[in-house]
Design a protein around this ligand. Structure first.
Ligand code: OGA
Ligand code: NI
Length: 336
């Protein structure tokens, strides 16, 4: 029995997702496949994205090296007010209503490096990164910076196809007020080899939809990610998204759901631990801090007026990050 069958035997089916080939010259066809995927599940694979397998493997190897450090070393890089650095186990609680303790995962946030003397450096998700020293983890910073920049290029290409799928000009999101100073948040994730138990509120990552615009996700070959295509259905029906070697899994976030007036929905997903350790790497693309997210011109009509009031990206993100992350005071009280 192969892995996919083993999973199905456990009663959870596998989702068949469309593959968007970024090397294809037929962008209209890509847009149509992507649109179908967005209307069906809000999740798809991106293949032939141009990031080499060697670099992908190097990033995972460096991620394993970091999470393999003693906790005391990792805590020296504890995330700061601007969401940079290490997030310990339970730092994030994605589904407070159904979780007992928080997510059984640790993470590491890396963003665009903005020098300390730049006025933007004070904004959340911008400013200088926290880096492990070169002596501790040689080539770590370099590897992450290269990957961060290449993954940003990939997600910008995806944004162009999304624009076409929403009947907008391909470069709609490239406008200066939208993506001239984007917030691409790279997050390394490590799930311990714990077996999740939804009946007891124990999850690798609680059910959530991503906060922002678009998420790119690379995973190792351990299954765990599940999606729920219809978040309003009761009971909820979950399907596995299987890892696809060399591909990114892409999903849409809540900001795009608002922007598109729910034509493209953000999809509920979670991570279920099966007892094996698991690593994944996400890149969350958010527009400029000052970008006003308001109903797109092609997503409203007289019969379908805007469902959400306009909101600044920075206001929305601050709310969502604040709601889901531990208060940093917790760590001071714990004396770490
Ligand atoms: C996330 C997420 C999935 C995974 O970080 O938002 O959904 O497979 N991660 O780690
Ligand atoms: Ni997510």
């Amino acid at each position: 029995m192969d892995d996919a069958n083993a999973v199905e035997a456990a009663g959870v089916p596998t989702s068949a997702l469309n593959r968007i080939d970024l090397s294809s010259s037929d962008i209209q066809q890509s847009a149509s496949l992507l649109k179908q995927a967005c209307l069906d599940s809000g999740f798809f694979y991106v293949i032939n994205h141009g990031i080499s397998q060697d670099l992908m493997e190097e990033v995972f190897a460096q991620s394993r090296r970091f999470f393999g450090l003693p906790l005391s070393e990792k805590m020296k890089l504890l995330r700061n007010e601007q969401y940079r650095g290490y997030t310990p186990l339970f730092d994030e609680v994605l589904d407070a209503a159904n979780q007992i303790q928080g997510d059984y995962k640790e993470g590491y946030y890396i963003g665009t490096e903005v020098p300390e003397d730049d006025p933007d450096a004070q904004k959340p998700h911008l400013g200088p990164n926290l880096w492990p020293s070169e002596e501790l983890l040689p080539r770590w910073r370099q590897t992450m910076e290269i990957f961060h920049s290449q993954a940003l290029n990939v997600v910008k290409v995806v944004a162009r196809i999304i624009a076409l799928a929403l009947d907008l000009e391909a470069d709609f999101f490239d406008k200066p007020e939208i993506l001239s100073k984007p917030i691409p948040i790279l997050r390394l994730l490590h799930y311990e080899g714990l077996i999740s138990d939804p009946s007891k509120g124990i999850y690798g990552a609680g059910a959530h939809s991503d906060f922002g615009f678009i998420t790119l996700l690379a995973t190792d070959d351990v299954p765990g990610l599940q999606i729920c295509k219809n978040k309003d259905a009761k009971p909820q029906a979950w399907e596995y998204v299987q890892p696809l070697k060399g591909a990114f899994i892409v999903n849409l976030g809540d900001m795009l759901e608002r922007w598109s007036n729910c034509i493209f929905r953000s999809t509920l997903h979670r991570v279920i631990g099966n007892g094996q350790e698991r690593y994944s790497i996400a890149l969350f693309l958010e527009p400029n801090h000052e970008c006003l997210v308001e109903c797109l011109p092609t997503c409203m009509s007289e019969e379908n007026p805007p469902k959400f009031p306009p909101i600044l990206c920075q206001t929305y993100l601050a709310q969502r990050y604040g709601d889901t992350h531990a208060d940093l005071d917790v760590y001071i009280k714990e004396g770490v």
